[in-house]
Ligand binder design. Structure first.
Ligand SMILES: N[C@@H](Cc1c[nH]c[nH+]1)C(=O)O
Length: 371
């Protein structure tokens, strides 16, 4: 079968002007903003041994990887679906000797095996920060505050955060709200589907207040408080309240205590980030556990921002003035203009004209003249 000229595999696309430029500008702004908080950049490779991509985080899943056999090493390699796991690997190997907390920043493309309904692309650009060696409330406040600050710098207006407690259901199922081991997976599925009826069938109506509480932050906390005190997770609600109070009051916060989708490795706290007028999530993060080679566990917290939805919303674009340089212009003078920030288009022949190149200005007699 021949492949139509220019066709790309499902979920892959070319970024064209002006979006390609906007994407690299946004990535740069995001990394610089993260850097200013003392997070040092690392750049892991696009592909690595399949087992090292899976090995460092709890619950990283093989079925989420785009894998292939490397003809050179004959080993199974995979394209990274997420950079956080690679940061975990770096933290436990090459940077294992560095004092904690370790603050690392990253940015690059990731490859998902499957697209989602909201995001049909499989190749996405991710940029983020990981704080390794600490998952305290103070660490979460630093990470979430940075995520909000960075999104504002990227031009996002009206930021919303959806907080979640990814391991709460599991913790309750193992302790104060016990459920038969054989029913556990079913319970997770029913809660993931927000199926209150399913809870009755499972004889697990004790979990219903968790579903009913989901919504705006203050109301959700109020609804959860009695249950939290009775079932021993009031400490979690206190932590959430402190985190909420640290956030810019203009940020809209909701709480969905059972949401686990997309939080496969996050532990006590997770969050999704949204921006008004932007389709889908623009970032996600939370606390998680990194496993060392000697099986020792280390706590961490971080966030990843997704650059593509920001680009699609028109962010990162900059209107530049474009200067047409006719034949015979002075190259030294042109270089000086570029240093000042001008974009120049040099004529290639007598017929070349500034309109064809959408120039805003022209150089005549050594002077810039607006068109
Ligand atoms: N990398 C995760 C988010 C995250 C970063 N650090 C912890 N969690 C994601 O994109 O879903």
């Amino acid at each position: 079968m021949t492949i139509a000229h220019g066709l790309l595999p499902e979920g892959l696309r070319d970024r064209l002007p002006p979006q390609a430029e906007a994407a690299s500008r946004l990535l740069h702004h995001v990394i610089v903003a993260i850097n200013r908080h003392g997070y040092e950049r690392v750049s892991p490779p696009l592909a690595e041994f399949e087992e090292s991509l899976l090995g460092r985080l709890k619950s990283a899943r093989k079925q989420d990887l785009l894998r292939f056999v490397d003809p050179v090493s004959q080993r199974s390699l995979a394209l990274r679906p997420d950079i956080t796991g690679q940061i975990g690997r770096i933290a436990t190997t090459r940077l294992n000797h560095r004092p904690r907390p370790l603050r690392l920043a990253y940015g690059g493309t990731v490859m998902k095996l499957r697209a989602t309904q909201l995001r049909p692309e499989r190749e996405l650009m991710q940029a983020g920060a990981e704080l390794i060696g600490n998952d305290s409330v103070a660490a979460v406040i630093e990470i979430l505050g940075m995520a909000v600050e960075t999104l504002k710098i990227a031009g996002v207006k009206e930021i919303s955060i959806d907080l979640t407690l990814p391991d709460l259901v599991e913790r309750l199922a193992d302790t104060t709200l016990p459920i038969d081991a054989s029913k556990k997976e079913k319970l997770f599925a029913v809660l993931d589907a927000k199926d209150a009826g399913g809870l009755s069938e499972l004889d697990a109506t004790g979990y219903r207040p968790l579903l009913e509480a989901a919504g705006p932050f203050d109301e959700a906390i109020e609804k959860l408080q009695p249950m939290a005190e009775k079932l021993g997770f009031a400490d979690r609600l206190e932590a959430l309240k402190t985190i909420r109070a640290s956030l810019d009051p203009s940020v809209h916060v909701t709480l969905d205590p059972t949401e686990r989708h997309g939080f496969e490795y996050q532990t006590w706290i997770g969050f999704s980030l949204f921006g008004s007028g932007i389709l889908g999530e623009i970032g996600r993060g939370g606390s998680y556990t990194i496993i060392h080679q000697d099986k020792r566990e280390e706590q961490a917290v971080g966030f990843s921002l997704y650059i593509d939805p920001l680009v699609d919303a028109g962010l990162g674009q900059k209107k530049s003035r474009k200067l047409f340089l006719p034949l015979g212009h002075d190259p030294e003078q042109a270089r000086a203009f570029r240093q000042e920030g001008w974009i120049t288009i040099a004529a290639l022949d007598e017929e070349d004209d500034p309109v064809r190149h959408q120039c805003t200005d022209i150089l005549t007699g050594g002077h810039i003249k607006p068109l």
